[in-house]
Design a protein around this ligand. Structure first.
Ligand code: ADP
Ligand code: MG
Length: 330
């Protein structure tokens, strides 16, 4: 199968809202009056972001999901995407499953695939550029957090990291637990509706992709100030909670690592003034998304992780930072 029949068979769809989609040298789109275009790109590479033998359906989902998560974090409504793929070979069954995973999620959020690029490469490589819209001036940026603001997270934190640990060390969890945690890693659901609902509430927002403790400083760098968070208030899966509360020292350490520094959760981390607490709780109810208060923004710099009794978490439990691809480059 040549490149063009591959594109036509698996990635070309009827044009919907774009003026021009797949098939020309570039796509043409219109931005809604009074809105800003939010644009973001994320790559997923074999060996680094996914295992070589990963289910292609879940991979198609995840390639788009991680990009949609950036739209959620900006409070943008996703609209268009481009998809660049590098493939070692044209495997029909693989491409079928991959494109199904991609388009099912795209349908769900009304995202139109308007172009991309397809090349042969030694390993599977994916890059999605996502485009969304947000009313002028209403985007959820990282630079608006103020001292005294409350810090919130959506959903559960650390589940994807726990699932990764379970895949790397088979036998760590029962099949039943594994079944309930692996979707967090393989088919994360981007918090699009939450992002839209937070437009008028959050002072700063980002999605957690590299771990809570690694990502929170990005808000602090942009906004100024520091933060105190209580690790015992961070919401997590019952399997993670069991390790945190258990008396096995090694399990507790793994659990804290997953909770504070585990990547790939794609939940939203946001700040808001305490006056917004009630509205945030009612948004949580309306959307059926757990939103949990975990700490506060302070004027003084630094991130402090405390326990329920107010004591600092012992330093040997504290991960140095979240996952950082260039941590070893000084
Ligand atoms: P060009 O030679 O101008 O780079 P290509 O031959 O790479 O164009 O692509 C032909 C058309 O197919 C373009 O409209 C491009 O956007 C689209 N396209 C290529 N690969 C993909 C893909 N993986 N998904 C969606 N559209 C794609
Ligand atoms: Mg091309």
């Amino acid at each position: 199968m040549d490149e063009f029949s591959l594109i036509n068979r698996f990635f070309k769809q009827a044009v919907r809202e774009a003026d021009l989609g797949v098939g020309d040298d570039a796509a043409l789109i219109r931005v809604t009056e009074g809105h800003q275009l939010a644009i973001s790109t994320d790559m997923l590479l074999e060996g680094r972001h996914f295992f070589s033998d990963v289910d292609p359906y879940t991979l198609g989902h995840k390639v788009l999901a991680v990009n949609l998560s950036d739209m959620a974090a900006m409070g943008a409504r996703p609209r268009f995407a481009t998809l660049a793929i590098g493939l070692p070979k044209a495997d029909i069954a693989w491409l079928k499953a991959f494109s199904l995973g991609f388009f099912e999620l795209a349908e769900r959020y009304n995202v139109e695939l308007i172009g991309g690029d397809t090349t042969r490469s030694a390993e599977h490589t994916f890059s999605v550029t996502i485009m969304g819209e947000v009313p002028h001036g209403q985007a959820l940026r990282r630079d608006g957090a103020k001292a005294g603001d409350n810090i919130w997270v959506s959903g559960h934190i650390g589940t994807a990291a726990l699932a990764l640990l379970g895949l790397k060390r088979p036998g760590s969890f029962s099949d039943e637990i594994m079944e309930s945690i692996r979707s967090a890693l393989e088919t994360p659901i981007p918090q699009i509706e939450l992002g839209l609902g937070l437009r008028s509430l959050a002072s700063a927002c980002m999605d957690i992709s590299d771990g809570l403790i690694g990502d929170l400083p990005h808000i602090l760098q942009a906004s100024g100030g520091g933060a105190v968070i209580c690790w015992e208030m961070i919401p997590c899966h019952s399997a993670l909670k069991a390790w945190l509360d258990g008396d096995k020292e090694a399990s507790k350490r793994h659990a804290l690592q997953a909770l504070l520094a585990g990547g790939d959760d794609y939940q939203l981390l946001f700040t808001a003034p305490p006056e917004c607490d009630e509205q945030i709780r009612s948004l949580s109810e309306t959307l059926g998304v757990t939103l949990t208060f975990i700490g506060k923004i302070r004027a003084a710099p630094g991130v402090f992780v405390i326990s329920n009794d107010g004591s600092l978490l012992e330093p040997h439990y504290l991960p140095n930072s979240g996952f950082n691809h260039f941590a070893d480059i000084k």
